[in-house]
Design a protein around this ligand. Structure first.
Ligand code: HMG
Ligand code: MG
Length: 305
């Protein structure tokens, strides 16, 4: 494994407030979500996925999207993104001036139906006017491709299907694309194949990795992506996360673990690991749960002496 030509800097999108909390059964008050965002930006995160403007019937935890967006204190230099699955979501998000919106599709038909109640083709038709409206308003558009390696309903997903979806997303004007291993089944070579399939349509600088850690492969998958030159990743503080429509999926790769790995290899993130650990502890305490971050746990215990 050649580790000599890795990127010198990595940009992390913190998805804890959104992906992290959307899967929580217990209601998390807007005030807690707002404080989490404040703590994450204080720790140096420059990209925060704050919430989703989705149907509250589908994801009740995100029903307070407007309240959360209205409640955060925005810091210059930090970019705030939100998920918008349709025009209704985009119009609801728009007054809050997100820096970026995310449209989310799936490489698998079955997951597309389960998660957003339509086929892949229909989802692209639905996203097209959202992307056009966002770009006309000067809002950056990111896309997410779920089940880019495996699907809870269809099993393994071939790279050709990822390439096909990436082409459709590019075709409607999506500017940056996330390759998501929604259920964390991917292993490094499979993840590299999914990324290479995406690179047929998107520039290396416009591709990110979004790895759930269900099978403990997320850091390895990240390293495999770094080897291809990918330098944008999503991560979730305390390893929170999961998708309510992806059975068996657990949290995203923990931001603390990612930062520990990257800093250990001399790769810059601009993040203060100590403050990040505090943010992880804050939300884990609220959820009455131990952090899922191994580095977070180890460093927190070390602090206690
Ligand atoms: P639908 O039921 O087909 O939509 O859902 P509809 O257009 O028929 O509307 C049904 C009802 O929902 C109507 O209300 C609409 O007004 C309302 P009613 O008339 O019955 O009272 N509605 C909305 N309300 C608020 N905001 C909206 C909205 N749209 C419709 N935007 C829909 C289709 C896409 C809306 C639904 O399936 C949905 O909201 N799905 C979201 C699922 C979701 O959020 N999943 C998790 C995020 S994706 C993820 O985690 C993966 C990712 O992390 C990457 C990875 O790991 O793979 C990104
Ligand atoms: Mg996810």
């Amino acid at each position: 494994m050649n580790l000599n030509n890795l990127p010198k800097r990595v940009k992390l999108v913190e998805v804890g407030p959104r992906d992290g909390l959307q899967n929580e059964k217990q209601a998390v008050p807007a005030a807690v979500k707002i404080e989490l965002v404040q703590r994450l930006q204080a720790a140096g995160l420059k990209e925060i996925e704050v919430t989703s403007f989705v149907s509250p019937k589908w994801v009740p935890q995100m029903a307070d999207a407007a309240e959360v967006m209205a409640g955060i204190t925005r810091v210059p230099g930090v970019r705030y993104s939100v998920l918008t699955p349709n025009l209704k979501g985009f119009e609801a998000a728009r007054p809050f001036k997100p820096d970026e919106i995310v449209v989310f599709a799936a490489a698998s038909e079955a997951f597309s139906q389960k998660n957003i109640n339509c086929s892949i083709t229909e989802s692209i038709e639905r996203f097209a006017p959202v992307v056009a409206a966002a770009r006309a308003a000067g809002i950056y558009v990111r896309g997410a491709m779920s089940c880019a390696v495996g699907c809870p309903y269809e099993g393994e997903i071939a790279p050709e299907r990822v390439s096909y979806l990436a082409g459709l997303m590019k075709g409607i004007g999506v500017q940056h694309i996330g390759v998501a291993d929604t259920i964390g089944v991917g292993t490094p070579l499979k993840v590299q194949r999914a990324i290479e399939a995406t690179l047929k349509h998107f520039d290396l600088n416009d591709v990110s990795g979004h790895f759930h850690d269900t099978y403990g492969q997320a850091l390895a998958n990240m390293l495999a992506s770094l080897q291809l030159g990918v330098w944008h990743f999503d991560a979730s503080v305390a390893g929170l996360g999961g998708c309510p429509y992806a059975r068996g999926a657990t949290g995203n790769v923990a931001t603390e673990d990612v930062v520990y790995l990257l800093h250990g290899m001399g790769i810059e993130t601009g993040i203060d690991l100590d403050q990040l650990i505090d943010a992880g502890q804050f939300i884990s305490d609220f959820l009455s749960r131990a952090t899922q971050s191994r580095a977070g746990k180890a460093l927190f215990n070390k602090r206690q002496g």
